[in-house]
Design a protein around this ligand. Structure first.
Ligand SMILES: Nc1ncnc2c1ncn2[C@@H]1O[C@H](COP(=O)(O)OP(=O)(O)OP(=O)(O)O)[C@@H](O)[C@H]1O
Ligand SMILES: [Mg+2]
Length: 588
């Protein structure tokens, strides 16, 4: 995995500051939430105080009206506290959700600019985890972690202050178990942190596993690997449970310990209090007030451990998310100076000059490929599987970067043409057509509002797939991921033709599907190819040589090198590589 998985110190100032930066647009609300937190903590001493007053000054002397007054004050206080609490919770979560929204949008925007090479090397599940649970963890810092931790600490200070003010000696005695509690909390916090980090890591692993196996389910089932894969899954699943149980274990020890310690404090208090009340040093009200304070003390201490974990997990998650945000995996764009400023569509005079290309290191996939396509010409590539045909196409739309040589379109180095101009000029029909969740029409326009509905209808007719569309329930509105009619490889490629036609590109790139296609689709594809390439610069990769008989030029590719080129007739006459391919296909 490329991102740091477990790093993250609690007070990693740099990361914490960057997390806080996310809140900048919501500064006002966040500050108000902070004010509410301070107010709530500041009020925490009042209720026990009022109860003492009720007990000592009114109940003890049978002062009915006075007691009612105090009672009303307590009710009023409870209402005020409840209101403050409501707004604090509401706003804290509002800020947290807004930060989630922004971060997710920023991350997705960032990642969609990455070059394909990055996605070749990154498990999808990992990116899903970054977008979903990691960002949720950061949001928790705002909804649950930071301000509440501050509130808890303030509450401690206020309550201890109030106790010291009333009776310092009693306070110190009551606080005797606190150092033990602090040590216990520290141990707990460490245990829980390790457990949480492994829980998150296991969740990420399960994400990756499920995603890959759902995608590859056909292979798993076809090869009867279900049982074996289930066993592998069981391992991840068990690791996830074990990690969770470790955290539960820590909680189940820690909470009783806290209970015991708070009981000890109360016991100490009662023991001293009884004496104090008996010899008149203390009143019953004071003892009760102290007991209430003791409960108020232990709760924030217990919660603090939890809050620190939320903070810590937020930092661990933020580390991963920021790591991804800082990653610059974009395709290098021409800098302002070298970029030709015009944004006209390219006409498509394509020249490859001694192009060398490898997906990784020096595993050359293309070894010095040179060729030229005049604007408006139809050029076709043929060759064995793995020869590098699709790779040439990938370079043309700059989905990947080549290492050596030069590619020019209309005389401009392809690296100096802005990516959006380049890609707007090129229509592609890829070898494997991916359809997104949504209607057929959305898959054709890819939600481009500049493509009017009429153009889509026109494209459907032009490509010759009217019958196919009409037979789908709902026609163009048909949801392609809906259960029921699935589209075959051939049909999907036809949809890609419609997509390319609707775009009306200057240059057409067509990578014919390898897998066998039913004769009907094949005929449709052939006809569509002819119509689409008419008068347009076209680069075709053909697996069925019948498709390219009348191409202006055919290039034979073998292991990354152009070994032959010419027209169909010339190449057949030459009795070389093309002739062999031709015989293989038509004699079989
Ligand atoms: N994304 C990738 N990362 C690494 N290597 C790749 C990648 N895509 C293709 N290759 C490798 O590059 C070589 C050429 O692949 P390419 O897809 O260009 O072949 P092709 O001629 O289109 O084959 P086919 O007829 O099967 O479509 C192959 O050896 C392949 O293993
Ligand atoms: Mg290919």
């Amino acid at each position: 995995m490329s991102a740091p998985e477990t790093k993250g110190k609690i007070f990693d100032g740099k990361v914490l500051r960057r997390i806080l930066k996310q809140v900048a647009p919501y500064r006002r609300r966040f500050l108000w939430t902070g004010v509410l937190v301070v107010l709530l903590a500041g009020l925490s001493w009042v209720r026990p105080y009022l109860i003492r007053v009720a007990l000592d000054d009114h109940i003890a002397v049978g002062d009915g009206p006075g007691l009612l007054r105090i009672f009303l004050m307590v009710v009023g206080l409870i209402v005020v506290e409840a209101l403050l609490q409501f707004w604090q919770t509401y706003w804290a979560n509002w800020v947290a959700q807004s930060v989630t929204l922004d971060l997710r949008a920023a991350l997705f925007r960032h990642v969609t600019r990455f070059r394909l090479k990055y996605f070749d090397q990154t498990p999808v599940g990992q990116l899903v985890t970054r977008h979903i649970s990691d960002i949720d963890g950061i949001a928790d810092v705002f909804s649950n972690g930071l301000l509440n931790a501050v509130g808890d600490i303030l509450r401690l200070v206020v309550v201890i202050g109030a106790m010291l003010w009333i009776d310092p000696v009693l306070t110190i005695i009551v606080l005797l178990p606190i150092p033990v509690l602090l040590v216990a909390t520290r141990i707990f916090q460490k245990a829980i942190k390790t457990a949480f980090v492994s829980v998150r890591n296991e969740v990420a692993r399960i994400n990756v596993f499920v995603q890959e196996h759902v995608t590859g389910m056909n292979i798993i089932q076809a090869f009867g690997r279900e049982a074996a894969e289930r066993e592998k899954f069981a391992v991840h699943n068990a690791a996830h449970r074990a990690a969770n149980i470790r955290s539960i274990w820590a909680f189940s020890i820690f909470f009783p310990v806290v209970e015991m310690l708070s009981a000890t404090s109360v016991a100490l208090l009662l023991w001293l209090g009884v004496d104090g009340v008996a010899n008149g040093d203390l009143t019953l009200g004071v003892v009760l007030q102290f007991i209430l304070y003791v409960f108020m003390l232990y709760r924030p201490i217990r919660q603090l451990a939890d809050r620190f974990n939320v903070l810590q997990m937020g930092i661990v998650n933020a580390n991963r998310v920021f790591h991804l945000l800082d990653l610059d995996e974009r395709m290098p764009e021409p800098s302002g100076a070298s970029a030709p400023s015009n944004s006209e569509p390219l006409k498509g005079h394509i020249v490859f000059e001694d192009v060398w290309f490898a997906y990784t290191d020096e595993d050359w996939v293309l070894k010095g490929v040179s060729f030229e396509v005049q604007a408006g010409q139809r050029v076709a590539f043929v060759g064995a599987t793995g020869a590098g045909k699709s790779s040439i196409i990938n370079l043309l739309s700059r989905l990947y970067e080549f290492q050596k040589g030069r590619i020019t379109i209309d005389g401009d180095d392809i690296r100096t043409i802005p990516l959006d101009r380049l890609r707007a000029s090129i229509g592609v029909v890829l070898q494997d057509v991916f359809l997104f969740t949504g209607s057929l029409k959305d898959n054709i326009t890819l939600y481009d509002p500049n493509i009017p509905h009429e153009r889509v209808e026109e494209a459907v007719d032009a490509v010759g797939v009217r019958d196919l569309v009409d037979q789908l329930p709902g026609g163009l509105a048909y949801d392609v991921k809906e259960r029921g009619v699935m589209l075959s490889t051939g049909q999907r490629q036809l949809i890609a033709f419609v997509r390319a036609y609707a775009q009306q590109p200057g240059i057409l790139i067509l990578d014919e599907a390898t897998s066998s296609i039913d004769p009907e689709s094949e005929q449709l594809i052939q006809a569509a190819t002819e119509r689409l390439t008419q008068g347009r610069t076209s680069v075709l990769v053909a697996h069925r040589l019948s498709t390219i008989r009348d191409a202006d030029r055919i290039l034979c590719l073998d292991a990354g090198e152009v070994v032959e080129q010419g027209t169909h007739d010339e190449l057949l006459a030459a009795k070389g590589a093309y002739h062999r391919l031709f015989e293989l296909q038509f004699d079989a």
